[in-house]
Design a protein around this ligand. Structure first.
Ligand SMILES: [Zn+2]
Length: 677
């Protein structure tokens, strides 16, 4: 090897480090020859006079790109060992591999020079303290860098020009394949095509990726394996929400060929390292967009509409999509006083339809006209305006809905039929394979028989699924009934089959937003409606006042309150034919609420000369049981009030009782016994 004489005993006493690197895992996998050659460098070190024990192979950087030194642990380790003077020689296959970035390379050369470390590649040994060697290495590094630059530039230009013609092959989403002439065509498998078509149809119906996943809950979705041994094979598995989102966002399904949707940008961090971020370019900055490049699953305008629906569901981006709640204006109502979006809340029992609350009222300083309002009241006004405004569109809307239901039913049935066809085909093929094998070849025959059996089981499953789908087909709405309904949108709007979600989606197709306008008069409410056409209108109504208990009824309650219990008052009022504020009979609970609301005194059912049984028992020093016995036997008069007994307590009655207690043999014997104890 050239320059072997530069190696001295001092170098041999230190380590010989073999530094291995391959840019990507694909290179490591495919370019095994190069990797082996790099490992052979260890033998070269032994040949140059290093004992095997002092040869260190650093291969931590196999599969790491050379653009950044920071992410390469191997290079860091090498630099560290050079700095502490452990390394006598560094062996690499090509010097350019050591550090593709010139800055990293220059630094290593400088450190190696200071630490008296040699460098060796296939061409010879370099001593970095010698100017000539440094010059040669510097030139080699520059050449390597320029080679890389030219090569990358040429490759990139070729890619871009192929992309501009729409001929650059890229990974196709499910539903498309490349044919023998590298042309992008629809997937020849009918079942795959049906599944993809259904995803887009269901997305339009459900309005969200999650809705599509729900509809595909009992139905597998295909994917084609990308790359390597099983490339192009079909696999069936559950459909995920992120996959639906990717499909909906992919322009490929709209027949467009796009190149450069994403771009890598490098950012410098405060600690001097760089990171690479992949960002999406806005649609108007895509470098290549070729419409009608291949057959489409949906039109370009439908694709753009879908993107808008997706953006409308993106709550992290402050979108407020339609929810299942009954509040009609949820997500599109704002406070006109402070400009905040109003929250829909359902915590209050007296507002079962929820309230629209201005956030400022609870969180920040509200303005003078910030209000919260009962959702049901605003909804009634808005729905009323909507129903009287969309009259001309009624019939078309109803029939579009009916057509959608019909097509949904047919699609689910068709998908199940295709699954059966596929299962039958694979079962037939397994059967043919089994019959084709020679009977002597028992091992193969046994495997094929098992496969045939599995396929037959799958066929039975698919047939069962088809029967199940047929059995669960929803009954299609009668078209005459629909026509009848079409004349009356109000009936449709309030039909039990129309969900709150449907109502809200319909509302949002015509109305852009609702604003609770500033209204100094607290008894009134002003609502601004902005239609999608750009028209706006303002509706002012009196706020509904809560129903109140009639004044005459309240007068009776006030009268009875101090002396009667809630049950007694309720009973009295109901007997007299009085009704509550909500036109209901009175209940003890209702009377109790009124008592609290109007701060009425609690019932004092006892007269001033009456006492309870407990009080009487304590005064006479007898048990309550004794008193109950006397009352029961008619010896002591008492008045029943609800669950209590009131005893009229006069000096005469007290004296009689004391006498009875003193002479009662039962009481005496008890007292004597107590004394004896
Ligand atoms: Zn407000």
């Amino acid at each position: 090897m050239n320059g072997e004489q530069k190696i001295t005993a001092s170098h041999r006493q230190r380590l010989a480090v073999v530094y291995l690197r391959q840019s990507s895992l694909a290179q490591v996998r495919d370019n095994t020859e190069s990797t082996l050659r790099q490992y052979d460098l260890a033998e070269t070190a032994v040949r140059l006079g290093w004992p095997r024990a002092r040869v260190l192979v650093i291969d931590a950087d196999l599969g790491c790109s050379g653009r950044q030194a920071a992410s390469r642990a191997g290079l860091q380790e090498l630099v560290g060992r050079v700095c502490v003077g452990q390394v006598g020689i560094i062996l690499v296959l090509e010097v350019s591999r050591l550090a593709r970035s010139s800055a990293d390379f220059a630094r290593l050369l400088e450190l190696a020079r200071l630490a008296d470390t040699l460098l060796a590649d296939a061409d010879g040994v370099y001593d970095l303290r010698e100017f000539n060697d440094r010059l040669v290495l510097g030139i080699k590094s520059t050449i390597s860098e320029s080679e890389l630059h030219l090569m990358a530039g040429r490759m990139h230009a070729a890619r871009v020009s192929a992309a501009e013609r729409g001929q650059l092959r890229c990974r196709l989403p499910i539903g498309y394949v490349y044919d023998d002439e590298d042309v992008c065509v629809l997937d020849p498998d009918e079942q795959v095509r049906a599944a993809v078509t259904d995803v887009f149809a269901l997305f339009r119906q459900a309005g969200s990726a999650f809705g599509v996943v729900q509809a595909f809950r009992r139905r597998p979705f295909p994917r084609r394996v990308f790359g390597r041994a099983y490339a192009g094979q079909l696999q069936w598995g559950p459909l995920t929400s992120s996959r639906v989102q990717r499909m909906v966002a992919s322009p490929t399904y709209a027949g467009a060929y796009v190149y450069g949707r994403r771009v890598d940008t490098r950012h410098l961090q405060p600690d001097g390292t760089t990171t690479t971020l992949t960002i999406r370019r806005p649609r108007d900055q895509w470098p290549v967009l070729i419409h009608d490049h291949h057959p489409a699953y949906l039109s370009w305008s439908a694709y753009l509409d879908n993107l808008q629906i997706l953006a409308g569901n993106h709550t992290a981006g402050h979108a407020r999509p339609v929810r299942e709640s009954p509040a009609l204006c949820q997500g599109i109502i704002r406070c006109g006083s402070c400009g905040q979006a109003m929250q829909t809340r359902y915590h209050h029992r007296s507002h079962p339809h929820g309230t629209y609350a201005c956030d400022r009222i609870t969180s920040h300083q509200p303005t003078n006209t910030c209000r919260s309002t009962d959702a049901a009241y605003v909804d009634t006004i808005v729905a009323d305006r909507l129903l009287s405004a969309v009259t001309p569109a009624e019939i078309a809307w109803t029939f579009a809905a009916a057509a959608e239901v019909t097509s949904r039913v047919h699609r689910s049935l068709h998908a199940a039929e295709l699954a059966v066809q596929r299962a039958r085909y694979t079962a037939d093929r397994a059967e043919r394979a089994f019959h084709a094998v020679e009977p002597e070849n028992r091992l193969v025959a046994r495997t094929l028989e098992t496969q045939w059996e599995t396929r037959l089981n799958q066929l039975a499953d698919a047939e069962a699924a088809l029967t199940d789908t047929r059995a669960h087909l929803p009954v299609l709405p009668d078209s005459t009934a629909l026509q009848h309904l079409a004349g009356d949108l109000r009936t449709l709007w309030s039909a039990p089959t129309t969900t709150d979600r449907d109502r809200k989606r319909l509302l949002r197709t015509v109305i852009a937003d609702i604003t609770v306008l500033p209204e100094p008069d607290r008894q009134k409410i002003s609502i601004g409606i902005r239609w999608h056409t750009g028209a706006t209108e303002r509706i002012t109504r009196s706020r509904p006042t809560a129903p109140r208990t009639p004044a005459t009824t309240m007068a009776i309650i006030r009268d009875l309150a101090p002396t009667h219990t809630n049950s007694q008052i309720a009973e009295t009022l109901n007997t007299a034919g009085h009704r509550s504020a909500h036109d209901q009979p009175f209940t003890p609970g209702g009377v109790d609420n009124l008592r609290r609301h109007y701060h009425l005194p609690t019932a004092q059912p006892f007269h001033h000369n009456e006492i309870t049984v407990a009080d009487a028992a304590a005064t006479l020093h007898v048990s309550q049981g004794t008193l109950y016995y006397w009352i029961d036997q008619g010896h002591l008069p008492a008045r029943r009030i609800g669950q209590h007994l009131a005893i009229e307590w006069t000096p005469t009655i007290e004296a009689t009782c004391r006498h009875r207690a003193a002479t009662s043999p039962h009481q005496n014997s008890k007292h004597q016994r107590r004394r004896a104890l």
